[in-house]
Design a protein around this ligand. Structure first.
Ligand code: FES
Length: 112
């Protein structure tokens, strides 16, 4: 069983975010805080659209929240919870990852 590499840790700017794709082409957003990386499906729970209008432009200007460009929903980086906007109380769908050896790996699901 080999882990699937999503990207290298250094591919994501520290304090920033990057748009990536799962092996099946599903778009995701990866947000880095030092050695920690949070990954979510790039799909707003409000209408299902992708979050950013410009490549890798997923964060608020302050860099403290993920935002949806369409109606300005704001999501916590650590758990994806929507804290402001039309889908407040909903959450981005997390993609479990582990950071190992300078790489961001998809965490193997149960039974894999
Ligand atoms: S589509 Fe994201 S806030 Fe409306």
């Amino acid at each position: 069983m080999s882990a699937t590499v999503l990207c290298r840790l250094d591919d994501i700017p520290d304090g920033g975010a990057r748009g990536l794709e799962l092996p099946d082409g599903t778009p995701v957003v990866a947000v880095r805080r030092g050695a920690a990386v949070h990954v979510y499906l790039d799909r707003c729970p409000h209408t299902g659209v992708t979050l950013a209008w410009r490549p890798d432009d997923f964060l608020t200007p302050e860099g403290d929240l993920i935002r949806c460009a369409t109606h300005d929903a704001r999501f916590r980086i650590e758990d994806g919870l929507c804290v402001a906007g039309p889908c407040a109380g909903d959450a981005l769908e997390p993609v479990p990852v582990v950071v190992r050896g300078g790489c961001v790996l998809l965490a193997e699901g149960d039974g894999a």
